[in-house]
Design a protein around this ligand. Structure first.
Ligand SMILES: CC(C)(COP(=O)(O)OP(=O)(O)OC[C@H]1O[C@@H](n2cnc3c(N)ncnc32)[C@H](O)[C@@H]1OP(=O)(O)O)[C@@H](O)C(=O)NCCC(=O)NCCS
Length: 254
């Protein structure tokens, strides 16, 4: 239902006279929102972090053909007057009972009103449903990747449920010929949060993400992947990156 709101106050104190956005999951490979979503992603992220336009359509086609087994890919959009103002994508992985956030983006004019957190909430609710349906148990965690100098990381780690893992994480290159991207991997606990995460669990998460999200056929043949494992092999568990260790807000980029 579209609600027309006057002077809507965002979760961070910004005030908007614009109508409230509506949120929905994109389910069809022919949904007219798909090209608009891709445009928003293209405006938001650097080239080496962009998936091709056809990739999402192909994922939705797989879903339509009933090919998915224990993993499910989701695309949630926020729309206002037919325009896409926000998007969150992600995949539930049944083998590790974890949701993996892909993209999260809000158009620059709509930022600061809580649209991003709302999109994340919707995605998390879908992961919870997946866990119930596929694993018959509660969702274990949500993980995601963020640039170290992205202010969003500061927002995330203010939550006691989120551990920004203190090791050198790399996202494999999405595009042929590009280098892996150094990012921070964060772990959001769904139930009781902890201060550290066992490296044995992190290793399975890394392998699942590289193999199943980025579809790298043999992660162990990649030098960067082996480096990550070598760093983890030195420890039993990994703690969190502290707020004071992050670049100061003035040096951060969005
Ligand atoms: C990260 C992002 C999705 C957050 O969405 P959002 O709807 O703005 O989220 P919020 O309304 O909760 O605002 C988040 C924070 O950004 C601040 N903010 C960011 N940009 C803002 C802007 N243009 N105007 C006002 N506030 C802004 C908010 O005040 C808030 O700060 P706080 O956590 O210290 O209170 C959005 O900023 C974005 O698209 N960034 C670029 C892509 C990105 O970095 N994605 C995340 C990694 S994948």
């Amino acid at each position: 239902m579209m609600i027309t709101g006057r002077n809507v106050r965002g979760s961070h104190g910004r005030t908007s006279t614009a109508p409230k956005p509506t949120f929905r999951e994109v389910l069809s490979s022919t949904d007219p929102a798909l090209p608009k979503v891709h445009d928003l992603i293209r405006r938001t992220f650097p080239k080496d972090e962009l998936v091709g336009r056809s990739e999402w359509r192909d994922s939705l086609r797989e879903r339509e053909a009933g090919l998915w087994s224990d993993s499910r890919w989701h695309l949630v959009v926020a729309e206002r007057k037919g325009a896409v103002i926000g998007v969150a994508s992600g995949t539930y992985l049944g083998n590790v009972n974890t949701g993996v956030i892909g993209y999260l983006a809000v158009s620059s004019a709509a930022r600061g009103y809580g649209v991003g957190p709302k999109l994340r909430e919707k995605l998390r609710a879908l992961f919870r449903r997946d866990a119930r349906q596929i694993r018959s148990e509660p969702l274990r965690a949500v993980i995601g990747e963020v640039h170290r100098n992205n202010p969003w990381l500061r927002t995330l780690i203010r939550s006691e449920r989120v551990l920004a893992l203190d090791f050198k994480y790399y996202q494999p290159s999405i595009r042929r010929g590009e280098r892996p991207v150094p990012l921070v991997l964060y772990y959001e606990f769904i139930r009781r949060p902890k201060q550290r995460l066992p490296t044995a669990l992190i290793r399975t998460l890394l392998y699942s993400a590289w193999r199943r999200i980025y579809r790298i056929p043999r992660p162990m043949t990649h030098r960067v992947f082996r480096h990550m494992l070598a760093e983890l092999a030195l420890k039993k568990s990994i703690g969190e990156i502290k707020m004071r260790d992050l670049p100061s807000p003035e040096k951060t980029r969005r």
